[in-house]
Write a protein that binds this ligand. Structure first.
Ligand SMILES: [Zn+2]
Length: 356
């Protein structure tokens, strides 16, 4: 069932360094080919981090396989290729002195990569948000739509904000309004009861004044036919980091509440994964930048991509059955992660492939 031929070899990503260095290997226990590894790698000394990573890898792989089947049934070979990369994301790890290196797929559906991306975004944006005197969190949405309208709606949603940003900018240049400063991301929910999709923005702005202007212009741009005041939200930010995470996390939840509007039911029924809906959302978001910033510059990043040559290392590969990375020489597992029963139930029984 696994179509390895379509996937680029993971091995070639670890660049082999000059064999001249072999002469220095006198003290290593076992002769290995020296490897030049790109990037700083990840700390492998903290078991909690390793277990979290194993959980993300499990969720991703369990969801990606049926998604691949679905994408293939739609004839979307581009998506099939990209999903296979995700299936093989971090499949092989090189572990040396408690630092591990592996190849990331960097796809949106990948929860392993999204964890990294989230950490990077927080490092980048939190220092900016910390300088804001009275940050507010806005949720902007327009009427939900069906799957066949989603591709266009996603683009129109982005276009609507661009119109708003231009209006606010021009007004500010004329000295008649505040500057638009914001961090914004596009997300999309799926409602399995109504089978509708709801693209929406989460936006952080530095003041209530900016929040209210953005909201007013949003309602004006969409008109009452598509956007009602009652569906939009503005609230004061109490915890800057928590709300920044809310903005920069990935655009669609993999696990969906069966009925997002019914709080009682939400507690009783476990969550599900809707493959066709995820496919539709991924397809509609393809090629779109989900996070945009307005009105501030980030300090230039000075960190260069480093590389390190390792001589003594372990090679691990991910094993779906073990739900963990396994040392290829010793058979030892890396994280000893054990999923909780609810998650296993969702991943084994609650993946819906039909509904869309
Ligand atoms: Zn990945």
């Amino acid at each position: 069932m696994i179509d390895f031929e379509r996937v680029p070899s993971v091995k070639k990503s670890f660049r082999q360094s000059s064999l001249d260095t072999l002469g220095q290997l006198g003290t290593t226990k076992k002769m290995k080919i020296p490897l030049e590894l790109i990037g700083r790698g990840t700390d492998a000394s903290d078991n909690q981090t390793l277990r979290r990573k194993a959980k993300k890898k499990l969720v991703t792989n369990k969801v990606v396989l049926p998604l691949i089947d679905y994408a293939r049934s739609k004839g979307n070979e581009d998506m099939v290729r990209s999903l296979w990369n995700t299936y093989h994301c971090q499949e092989r790890l090189i572990l040396s002195e408690n630092i591990m290196h592996g190849v990331y797929c960097k796809n949106r559906i990948c929860t392993v990569c999204n964890g990294n991306r989230k950490a990077e975004m927080i490092n980048k944006y939190l220092p900016i948000v910390e300088t804001w005197s009275d940050p507010h969190f806005i949720t902007l949405t327009a009427k939900s739509c069906f799957a066949n309208q989603l591709y266009d709606r996603m683009r129109n949603t982005k276009r609507a904000f661009k119109i708003i940003a231009d209006i606010i900018k021009k007004r500010h240049q004329r000295g008649k309004g505040p500057k638009l400063v914001a961090i914004k991301s596009l997300e999309c929910n799926f409602n399995p009861y109504k089978r509708t999709y709801n693209p929406h923005f989460h936006i952080l702005v530095p003041s209530i004044e900016v929040a209210e202007i953005v909201l007013q212009e949003w309602l004006r741009t969409w008109t009452g036919k598509y956007a009602q005041l009652i569906a939009q939200k503005i609230r004061k930010v109490e915890d800057r980091e928590r709300d920044l995470i809310e903005v920069v996390k990935y655009g669609s939840k993999i696990l969906t509440e069966p009925n997002p509007n019914n709080k009682i039911e939400r507690r009783k029924i476990t969550r599900r994964v809707y493959i066709a809906a995820l496919y539709n959302i991924l397809r509609a978001m393809r090629g779109l930048r989900l996070t945009d910033t307005y009105g501030f510059e980030l300090p230039k990043s000075k960190t260069k991509t480093k590389s390190v040559t390792v001589f003594d290392y372990d090679e691990l590969s991910y094993d779906m059955e073990m739900m963990d990375w396994v040392n290829e020489d010793t058979g030892e597992t890396l994280s000893n992660y054990e999923p909780d029963p609810e998650l296993l139930h969702i991943l084994n029984k609650n993946i819906e492939t039909e509904l869309c």
